[in-house]
Design a binder for this molecule. Structure first.
Ligand code: PLP
Length: 444
């Protein structure tokens, strides 16, 4: 009999049918409850206290776990940095907890204008709009630029906010295979032939958080130039950590100023929440101010948020920031080496994200529960964030972790995999379907 708790996933319940909004949710409720009871539901854990390198969490089913925390996104460990915390607390004491409206209707304030300049200088994109979250920035930037007669060509694994922004803006959305420039070239050629007068936006990321990789930007930019397309890159996961001065993969490749549009998030490295849209020219950012609902009609960032992000940028740009980056990437390298020694190599390049592929979803869920029960808190990533049958553990490393924690984590992952295979048999679960996440949502 099918073990639904292990073999069904969140996305099997995505499209409920029936005319009653409540009763049609019941199969999902039953699945969530059963999976939670058995400790296989990997979402909605909460921390008992402030997330630290060792942490205590409670699963959605009520189970308590404690151990090495590789599940928090705080890439340089700045969320508890005394200067960041003090700046944020002072801002609340001086200015209160709120912004007084959307920026469009006067909710802006001086410190946020200063942060815009900091982001502009750091990214070499002089025109910047701040958004309350990174998700709203990615969504809103595409909504601001793209109209129904335009075309969006998107990497098959691009983030949910980019997918939704594209889908809400035009019916002409197609994906190209992940980081595959031949696939992009054929999409571009077709789009340009079919729609000679359309604006074409190509969308990708400078570090994919489920694979720790990125496209060949030199070829990508050349292809965009050849076909009259513009490139938008989401820099959420590398800005502040990778490249000289932490200025990201695009800066590392010397191509930052060749990319017209960036979007980013403050929730990974910059110790708060919030996001930005940055452009080389002013017009597109004015469109974002006027026509992207998630900025135009949403209350602006609050003072504590802006103060924390500003303090984090100051540290990132300092010698301390350089040392934190070095230490974070050393930890990531130690973890990757230790995992490889255990026969579970991690994907992609050294970054804050360490991602060993575990395999079919049932194996990954049993291994995930075993990790939590044996002192390692991490995330199990499944379709649609990666291909079916290629579930992976996502481990997020900071400079505050120790080398011993990295080595212990690798040992626990190995043991969890052995345990899962022994429990289920190594062939368990659906084979890789060869379908990328977004292919199921956006027609090619
Ligand atoms: C690539 C990418 N873009 C945008 C976001 C959204 O950022 P935020 O969490 O700040 O809303 C995320 C975070 O999950 C992300 O991974």
């Amino acid at each position: 009999m099918k073990n639904e708790v292990l073999e069904l996933g969140l996305f099997d319940f995505k499209d409920p049918v029936g005319k009653d909004f409540s009763t049609r949710c019941e199969p999902f409720m039953d699945w969530v409850d059963a999976a939670s009871r058995e400790g296989y539901f990997q979402f909605l854990r909460h921390h008992v206290d402030t997330p630290r390198e060792m942490t205590e969490v409670v699963g959605w089913g009520g189970q308590a776990y404690s151990g090495i925390n590789l599940a928090s996104q705080d890439y340089l460990g700045l969320a508890r940095h005394p200067e960041v915390v003090r700046a944020s607390a002072d801002a609340t004491l001086e200015k209160g907890t709120h912004s007084s409206g959307s920026e469009t209707l006067g909710g802006g304030f001086g410190e946020a204008k200063r942060l815009e300049r900091i982001v502009a200088d750091f990214t070499d994109h002089p025109h910047v709009v701040l958004f309350p979250t990174g998700w709203s920035a990615g969504y809103g930037a595409i909504r601001a630029l793209v109209r129904p007669h335009d075309v969006v060509l998107m990497d098959a694994l691009a983030h949910n906010c980019l997918q939704h922004g594209a889908q809400a803006s035009t019916p002409n959305v197609a994906t190209f295979s992940h980081n595959d420039m031949d696939s992009l070239e054929s999409r571009l050629r077709r789009a340009r032939n079919e729609r000679p007068d359309a604006a074409i936006l190509v969308v990708t990321e400078s570090l994919f958080s489920m694979d720790s990789d990125h496209p060949d930007f030199e070829r990508m930019i050349r292809l965009c130039d050849d076909h009259g397309a513009a490139l938008m890159v989401d820099v959420a996961h590398d800005l502040g950590v990778l490249g000289p001065g932490g200025r990201g993969v695009l800066h590392e490749t010397g191509l930052l100023d060749r990319v017209p549009f960036l979007v980013g998030s403050f929730s990974k490295t910059f110790a708060s929440i919030g996001g930005f849209f940055a452009a080389r020219h002013r017009g597109p950012t004015l469109y974002a101010r006027g026509f992207s609902g998630s900025y135009t009609f949403s209350n602006y960032l609050v003072p504590s948020q802006v103060a924390a992000v500003t303090a984090a940028f100051e540290i990132v740009a300092s010698d301390e920031g350089r040392q934190l980056r070095r230490r974070a990437l050393e930890n990531a390298a130690v973890l990757r080496d230790a995992l490889a020694e255990q026969g579970v190599p991690a994907l992609g390049r050294v970054s804050s994200l360490v991602l060993p592929v575990i395999g079919p979803e049932p194996i990954a869920r049993v291994a995930y529960r075993h990790c939590l029960e044996h002192g390692l808190i991490l995330n199990n990533i499944e379709f649609p964030a990666c291909r079916r049958g290629e579930a992976r553990f996502r481990m997020q490393v900071t400079p505050l972790h120790t080398t011993d924690q990295m080595r212990s984590a690798a040992r626990i992952v190995r043991k969890s995999l052995d345990h899962a295979r022994a429990s289920l048999g190594s062939g368990s679960g659906p084979a890789a379907a060869g379908v990328s996440a977004i292919d199921t949502h956006i027609p090619a």
